[in-house]
Design a protein around this ligand. Sequence first.
Ligand code: ATP
Length: 197
Amino acid sequence: MIGVFGGTFDPPHVGHLILADEARAVLSLSTVLWVVTGIPPHKPAQPVSPVTHRLGMVERSIQGNPGFEISRIELDRPGPHFAAETLELLASAHPNQEWVYVMGEDSLVDLPNWHRPADFVQLCRSIVVLRRSQVEADLDQLEREIPGLTAKVRLLAVPLVDVSARDIRRRVQTGQPFRYLVPASVAEYIRQHRLYV
Ligand code: ATP
């Protein structure tokens, strides 16, 4: 089983790493593919750092972990990119694999607004979710909107990791500490390339 972890990763942070690592361990995933998005369909109004920087930071974040890989699948085709289509492409390239989507609870809450949510759920063997502090998923409501969803959801039993990329960008911009919210190599990258200032 392969994990698929889509994100903007602007920047990648310890919340992403804890989520991906826990998902891999709990479901014995062979790999977690970090799918770096090009133009995120759900964040059209928000300026996003150039993909070269986001890729550079994800590369540094996952370095040394043989269970993590970067996927360029959403970068090598024109956008907008939707998770259901990404999964279909992955599944047709690797027909005998099973796919586990990895996400935070805010993404789970937003799932009914995704493109073809029922197909997305169907394509996933499981959906592994780490809770987030700002939202609380109403699983009964989600099940009414996307029948079959809750049987696939696996909530991770790790403490909340109250870190977000948005908060890190704000911290960098306002000169507040951020070095322990991201891997050291990512903090260095942010400083070197003067990101978020
Ligand atoms: P932003 O603050 O810019 O919205 P983000 O920190 O949520 O970004 P994304 O790249 O949008 O990061 O997230 C990719 C995936 O990781 C999403 O499914 C998101 O829910 C999840 N995620 C990010 N941070 C956490 C966290 N601290 N705990 C659990 N899930 C998280």
